[in-house]
Design a protein around this ligand. Sequence first.
Ligand code: PTJ
Length: 253
Amino acid sequence: MNEINHIPSNHPRAQSLAIRQLLVNGFKSGLVVSEGLIAHGRGEAFDYLLGEKTSNYAFDAIKAASSLLLLAKRPVISVNGNTAALCPKEIVDLANETKSSIEVNLFYRNKTRENLIAESLKKNGANIVLGVGQKEFVKIPELTSNRRHVDPEGIFLADVVFVPLEDGDRTKALINMQKKVITVDLNPLSRTSQNATISIIDNIVRVFPELVKTSKQLKQMSQNSLLEILNNFNNKYNIDGSLKIIRRWKCDQ
Ligand code: PTJ
């Protein structure tokens, strides 16, 4: 039994409860907003239906996402509260493997959270964190939420933006700015999943380590091989695959 969070290691839902605990800790320390806990609940429900494991469709999407990040000229990883609470070290590792910038971008934005998230990323090894501080932000056209304020040296100039666990309003606006968008979202039907260039339908806690591992391997490959991986990837087909997994359930399972 873990004395701190009271989760017995042999509990059938131990892993899921441990992930919840990370978010609750993130909430208590100010990284995560209360709405982030609700967002996690929605994600958990889809994770249950997806069998709580990375499907072959998600593995294919991870490979395509790594290829796109490695081929990009100015890739940026956009970080919100939930992602910072669940995968701080892996965000930094992925940025290093793919030469991506890291930018804090929050729906429920305030200076305190911005700084807390940037500090946590720096504690995990990040040198530069964009989207924080006193600089003038620029606005993404067509967007009314706080997410429209982006760093002029980060998301604004990026050719590829990775938006794990997004709230749906921004992906389309970024695509309309001719950027390529990668997302991780357990909900295959979300507007983000439906609109992104590459949608990884899986839990970010499984996806980030896999993305780091895959990027380490793929960066040894030629640009042509990476392009081939990308050209063979079809996002709509892939999302349909995840929906098929959900539909497979029968009541005797
Ligand atoms: O930190 P902030 O201020 O930027 O706010 C972040 C939240 C998450 C609160 C905000 O972006 C939000 O409200 O998001 P939504 O609209 O609830 O969308 C979150 C999406 O992520 C939903 O489609 C969930 O199914 C999905 N999701 C939740 N947890 C996970 C997840 N997808 C992958 N892995 C998860 N662990």
